[in-house]
Design a protein around this ligand. Structure first.
Ligand SMILES: NC(=O)c1ccc[n+]([C@@H]2O[C@H](COP(=O)([O-])OP(=O)(O)OC[C@H]3O[C@@H](n4cnc5c(N)ncnc54)[C@H](OP(=O)(O)O)[C@@H]3O)[C@@H](O)[C@H]2O)c1
Length: 291
């Protein structure tokens, strides 16, 4: 299959922060395939909480675009590690956006559906007001707002239930549980959109190529409960585990979670000029590639 090229991006220099995460790795793979100039230092050389050293890194590499894939994503641990969640997801993001603003460099940052309280009973749009229920959501809401307020040319892309090459995702965990247990209890009252890093990278690069800026909801299309996601994974892999739908309250988690935070991806699809695939299409492609 022919790969999409991004002619405008070939003139840019991209710095990826958080290069070891699921999204960071996907960017490195896709940018290398397209001969786009990028730097992906590891956390030792690009720790976003080290304000001085981040400024020095940006000054020495002189990127024209910073893509921030770094985040503190431990939703339950954040309840007791409020300071570190706020430092990584908010203060460090503000610092980077401020640095980028003074260097005339664009910044891309990722947000989450956890900024919403789930009370809307409809799809969340970019115009809806955040009202996070947990510490992680609060830190992410503050981070995205700081980028938008910085005056720096930016893309803030809210996403959900991200999976890619890594261990911090539901599919990886599910496959581990399914090896150890025949019966799996999965919540059926928590709905969102499984979103593949491959689609996230493609959409981000397309928006950058088109010189877009602002806040967008970036997810695969349609939505499901965790239970439906699990059923789809097990059926695709022809695994015969028994899957029992249970309420979220079965699991005594530290962080409160909303039951329905599905976001509309209408705005981003219209900016992109293409349809983002149904979540099932991308999950199936991912599973078959892993096999
Ligand atoms: N994963 C999801 O389900 C999900 C859902 C909604 C939104 N998002 C957002 O989507 C974006 C990409 O997420 P992802 O799934 O790729 O996350 P990920 O796999 O957890 O990657 C985040 C990376 O950031 C690194 N990191 C943490 N603190 C850092 C620091 N101070 N300096 C530099 N790097 C640091 C982490 O390293 P360590 O692993 O060593 O800490 C990790 O490698 C993030 O903004 C995330 O909040 C993710």
């Amino acid at each position: 299959m022919e790969i999409q090229t991004f002619e405008n991006l070939k003139r840019e220099k991209i710095l990826i922060a958080g290069s070891a995460g699921q999204l960071g790795k996907a960017f490195q793979y896709e940018l290398a395939q397209r001969d786009i100039n990028f730097f992906a230092p590891d956390e030792k050389d690009c720790n976003i909480t080290q304000f001085d050293s981040i400024a020095k890194t940006i000054d020495s590499l002189e990127p024209s675009i910073v893509i921030n894939c770094a985040a503190y994503n431990a939703v339950d641990d954040a309840e007791t590690n409020q300071e570190i969640a706020d430092l990584v997801n908010h203060k460090s993001v503000k610092n980077m956006a401020d640095i980028c603003k003074t260097r005339n460099c664009r910044i891309v940052h990722y947000g989450t559906d956890y900024v919403f309280n789930g009370k809307k009973e409809d799809l969340y749009r970019e115009t809806d007001k955040p009202d996070p229920l947990n510490v992680y959501g609060m830190s992410k809401a503050a981070g995205e707002q700081a980028v938008l307020d910085s005056g720096c040319k930016s893309l803030v892309l809210r996403t959900s239930w991200v999976y890619g090459d890594g261990t911090q995702n539901f599919i990886y965990k599910l496959l581990g549980w399914s090896e150890k247990n025949r019966i799996l209890k999965i919540s059926s009252d928590e709905a969102s959109v499984p979103t593949s890093v491959k689609e996230m990278v493609k959409a981000t690069l397309t928006l950058l190529e088109k010189n877009e800026s602002g806040l967008f909801h970036l997810t695969n299309s349609n939505y499901c409960s965790r239970y439906e996601w699990c059923r789809f994974v097990m059926e695709t892999l022809e695994k015969d585990n028994i899957i029992i739908p249970v309420p979220m309250s079965t699991f005594k988690t530290a962080a409160k979670r909303a039951s329905f935070t599905v976001m509309s991806n209408e705005k981003i699809q219209s900016a992109l000029g293409y349809k983002i695939p149904d979540w099932r299409t991308s999950v199936k492609e991912y599973l078959l590639k892993r096999a």
